[in-house]
Write a protein that binds this ligand. Structure first.
Ligand code: MOS
Length: 749
């Protein structure tokens, strides 16, 4: 590895390489593909939460102008992958299966898509949809989480395998909690939250032949989506092309394939025309997943000196009745602090709702709200500074996996963040600091997320003009993946960023996983590195054969490109122009395809990114209004490859954390099993006025055990720990401990 790679002084952080395309509107999103003879589909959703469809009266809709087809379970074409349970030896898979749209007359949740109206224009499809009349046989639904918690069950995966991440876990003495001198026991509730990216979920489906499908689809994984629909239609994977060149935010709801995607693909096949389907904002609340409502209980015990003795952590998350969704709510409790005894219990509560899905930080962010609040409650109980309390229980190795950390620089985060937020102004006694009328409080929260590296392949071509073009199937849901990959390539080769292009977002490109779980830079980055090094090898071979011995013993790290020349490090006289070299060899470009994948280090080291959020809030004592005044985000994410986009990602995560702490709440009317918050008028997210000065600090030390780029991932730790930091700051300001999010003014007055 070239040392210059890590030396920020040696390179200028790039601006977003696709920034201009995005701000000028030239970037093309899934809803913006206009294909010849395209039709438009609109989905009609169920008005009940449980029961069956008795009848569908579509006569008026059929007669409406421009309506081409009305598709429901009554007339849908055969979808090979939509089979009844039990008709295949391996089905149903553990934990159920995704909803099979239009499969039968069963209703599992409110607004479940049950009819697609296809018409020659969007307006005609909308009008047609308004004329469809549906009658139901209603059954009693269960949507009320709080009233049904006793029905929570162990996840099917855990029943099957006691080593599953969701299985019951006990470490140390299971009754340690009972006998300790200091105890905290509390319940925490996180409401259902919606991803609500700016871009609506959209798909344009086109059957190019009876067995060849192209979709322009808003997804986080082009290859995973390709597999899903190849299986659904029983056609070869290479016959399914998935294009997701630009994605306008996703936060997790593109990690799963949803009924509306199947519906558009069915409709396109059935009407034999390309079909575009764009969800409405209201449908974004019901059809593409959400962060599941989760109840948690923590029992935490410590000695009077502040040493943790035991943590018992229980969690119940909601899921649908047809598909189990599980997440890692409790994992960090097992490894974050040096507690000799830890027990975790994870349960699922199936309700008549649609299936949830990971939402930024996912379960770890949910779990951190409980764990980091409880840590603050304990620090308060033993009258200790919360940072000192955490430092006293700091772990120098992973107590769950019983392995050393690959790297952990959380101490640096505590130190730096403490300075930057002005922690010295914090009062140990809550409610004792004021700024004019406002109560002032300081809080903190820690976060961690696994450095989840996966395999990735990159194709790279270098032409005679010194232009480097790369391709990879990975998507970019917003963090600036192409920018980061151009930066990796530029740092590795010396080629300037203007001469590097990174194409992504197509299943036609070399394999990569999905963009999720903070795994892109540490998975695709190494493939870029490998491809650049392979190109350098080819150049060294050519240069050595034609230009004598200077290049003969060179290694990829020894050469760099500068102004169209290949230079040998340390021997500035040894250089050759790229175009001369290519001409001598009668070629106009070289190319390579390189895969990079995790090695054995995961078996020896526990690899995790860490974050630390410090928050200062003002709370108005009479109105209960909370103003977040400052956030300092500190992250140990390994090498920060692209400093500018990385900083933006941290700011975005902290902003999401403000929403989680203070605003976001999907409210359901359980009489109907239906959300009443269906737009941004009712479902609140932070706006600019809610977002204070956010400072970002990166430890920026490479973790070369994790991957050759040294990155540990950033997307999730940007939000994990923010909500408890805010809740802890509110407690410090007011003495009020709010354990049910969001912290709205009514909970403080
Ligand atoms: Mo993320 S919740 O892995 O998009």
């Amino acid at each position: 590895m070239n040392e210059a790679f890590f030396d920020k002084k040696q390179y200028k952080p790039l601006d977003r390489v696709d920034g201009r395309l995005k701000v000028t509107g030239a970037a093309k999103y899934s809803a913006e593909y206009a294909l010849p003879n395209m039709a438009y589909a609109v989905l009609v959703g169920s008005k009940i939460a449980k029961g069956t469809i008795k009848s569908i009266d579509s006569k008026a809709a059929e007669r409406a102008p421009g309506v081409i087809a009305i598709i429901s379970h009554l007339n849908v074409i055969k979808v090979p992958g939509h089979r009844p349970e039990g008709t295949h030896p391996s089905e149903p898979p553990t934990g159920g299966q995704p909803l099979r749209v239009f499969f039968d007359n069963k209703i599992y949740s409110n607004d479940q898509p049950i009819v697609a109206v296809v018409a020659s224009s969007l307006e005609k499809a909308q009008y047609g949809a308004s004329l469809v009349k549906i009658q139901y046989d209603k059954q009693e639904h269960k949507t009320d989480f709080d009233g049904n918690m006793q029905s929570a069950v162990l996840a099917a995966a855990a029943k099957k395998n006691p080593k599953s991440p969701t299985a019951d876990y006990d470490r140390g003495q299971t009754d340690a909690f009972q006998s300790a001198p200091f105890k905290v026991e509390a319940e925490y509730v996180l409401p259902t939250e919606m991803h609500n990216p700016m871009e609506l979920q959209a798909i344009t489906a086109h059957w190019e032949a009876d067995d060849r499908l192209t979709i322009y689809d808003k997804v986080q994984g082009t290859k995973t989506t390709q597999k899903t629909f190849a299986k659904e239609w029983n056609i070869p994977e290479q016959n399914v092309k998935v294009i997701a060149t630009f994605v306008g935010g996703a936060f997790g709801n593109g990690l799963h394939s949803w009924p509306h995607e199947s519906a558009a693909i069915i409709a396109a096949k059935q009407v034999k025309r390309p079909v575009k389907l764009v969800l409405t904002r209201e449908q974004m609340f019901t059809m593409v997943g959400y962060r599941p409502r989760t109840w948690q209980k923590i029992q935490m015990a410590a000695t009077k000196e502040g040493k943790l003795v035991a943590i018992n952590h229980q969690s119940i998350g909601q899921t649908s009745t047809y598909e189990e969704f599980t997440e890692s709510t409790l994992q960090q409790t097992r490894m974050m602090y040096a507690s000799p005894a830890v027990s975790t219990r994870y349960r699922l509560l199936p309700l008549n709702v649609a299936t949830p899905i990971w939402m930024r930080g996912p379960g770890e962010a949910t779990g951190a709200f409980a764990l980091e609040s409880a840590m603050d409650e304990m620090a308060h109980a033993i009258e200790m500074d919360p940072i000192d309390f955490r430092l006293l229980n700091y772990t120098e190795s992973d107590p769950d996996k019983n392995m050393p950390w690959s790297t952990k620089y959380l101490r640096e985060c505590y130190e730096e963040g403490k300075e930057r937020i002005g922690w010295k102004n914090r009062k140990l006694k809550p409610g004792s600091l004021r700024d004019g009328e406002w109560l002032v409080g300081y809080g903190m929260g820690t976060g961690t997320f696994g450095a989840n590296r996966g395999p990735a392949t990159v194709r790279a071509e270098l032409d005679i003009h010194g232009k480097l073009v790369m391709h990879c199937a990975i998507t970019d849901i917003g963090p600036g993946t192409a920018t980061a990959m151009v930066q990796v390539a530029s740092n590795t080769t010396g080629i300037t960023a203007e001469n590097i292009v990174f194409h992504l977002g197509s299943s036609e490109f070399p394999d990569a996983g999905l963009q999720g779980g903070s795994s892109t830079v540490n998975s695709v980055g190494p493939a870029v590195l490998a491809a650049c090094n392979a190109l350098k090898e080819q150049i060294i071979t050519m240069a050595a054969s034609k230009n004598g011995t200077a290049f003969a013993s060179a290694r990829p790290d020894d050469i760099m490109f500068e102004k169209g020349e290949i230079q040998l490090a340390g021997k500035s006289s040894a250089k050759i122009s790229l175009s001369d070299l290519f001409k001598q060899n009668n070629i106009d470009k070289i190319e390579t395809t390189q895969e990079s994948k995790p090695g054995e280090n995961g078996k020896k080291y526990s690899m995790n990114a860490f974050s630390m959020h410090f928050v200062m809030v003002h709370v108005h004592p009479s109105t209960g209004q909370v103003r977040v005044k400052k956030i300092v985000c500190c992250a140990d994410a390994g090498t920060i490859v692209s400093p500018k986009t990385a900083e933006s990602q941290m700011i975005g995560g902290a902003t999401g954390g403000i929403g989680m702490a203070l605003m976001e709440d999907a409210v359901m009317d359980h009489r109907f099993g239906r959300y009443v918050t269906k737009d941004f008028g009712d479902y609140h997210v932070p706006v600019h006025a809610d977002v204070p000065d956010i400072e970002v600090y990166f430890v920026d030390k490479p973790d070369l055990l994790a991957d050759p780029v040294g990155s540990k991932g950033l997307g999730e730790i940007a939000i994990i720990g923010v909500a408890p930091a805010i809740a802890n700051a509110v407690f410090n300001a007011t003495g009020r401990r709010v354990r049910t999010l969001p912290i709205t003014p009514d909970k403080l007055i």
